[in-house]
Design a protein around this ligand. Structure first.
Ligand SMILES: Cc1cc2nc3c(=O)[nH]c(=O)nc-3n(C[C@H](O)[C@H](O)[C@H](O)COP(=O)(O)O)c2cc1C
Length: 204
């Protein structure tokens, strides 16, 4: 494992729970693999433009205009970063039961026909291989169990998006009930950190 790609998407700066836990995961990964190179892509602090009618052809069709070529170039860059990675660590806050739009914009540039997925014999093939994903999910409420579980459009969505391009080795780390007061927040962070420690062990 030589290359780690880190994607943060929280809009909450230093108080972000997902950022704290992403840092923790990266510390663990680099402790077990001291030679690993870490690349950071922060779509929260430096958002990727959303696709528009002027740019979408750069990703989904043939780029012709300057705007389409620029979108294609950004897509090329993001896909290259991902392809270079052995492990991708994604910080994904739950926003409105799903993922931040900034992270969605990243996926819009990364899910690319013939670049990261292709159709063969009527079925889809993810073109990325051998990439492990560790996804940190921070949530204000509780969604891993109970009546609100059905409102979790974050984890199934991320699993589908990553699986669609061939990333099927995905570990989800939850930090839940962040909105239930400082004590609940601390418990969530401590619990998530111990799960990270169990997940990232020597030999990973
Ligand atoms: C725009 C926005 C939408 C949110 N929507 C939800 C939500 O649907 N469900 C939830 O449990 N928490 C929601 N929250 C709370 C966040 O999930 C929670 O604060 C989490 O800690 C955010 O991750 P972060 O600390 O890494 O920024 C929302 C927060 C924001 C800013």
């Amino acid at each position: 494992m030589n290359h780690i790609l880190v994607i943060n998407s929280s809009l909450s700066g230093d108080t972000s729970v997902s950022r704290i836990l992403v840092d923790n995961a990266v510390q663990r990964l680099t402790a077990v693999n001291p030679n690993a190179v870490v690349t950071y892509r922060d779509v929260g602090d430096a958002p990727i433009p959303h696709l528009t009618s002027s740019t979408v052809a750069g990703i989904r069709a043939v780029a012709e205009t300057q705007a389409e070529l620029a979108a294609q170039a950004l897509s090329d860059e993001l896909i290259a970063e991902l392809k270079a990675a052995d492990v991708v660590v994604i910080g994904a806050p739950m926003y409105n039961f799903s993922i931040p739009t900034s992270l969605r914009a990243w996926f819009d540039h990364v899910l690319r026909p013939r670049g990261t997925f292709a159709y063969k014999d009527g079925s889809v093939q993810g073109l990325l291989q051998g990439i492990r994903a560790i996804v940190i999910e921070a949530r204000g409420g509780l969604y891993s169990e109970g009546p609100t579980k059905a409102m979790d459009f974050q984890e199934p969505y991320l699993k589908t998006l990553l699986g669609f391009i061939g990333i099927t080795d995905v570990t989800f780390i939850h930090a839940e009930k962040i909105g239930h007061g400082p004590e609940a927040r601390e418990i969530a962070i401590t619990t998530a950190k111990s799960r990270i420690a169990q997940t990232i062990t020597p030999g990973v």
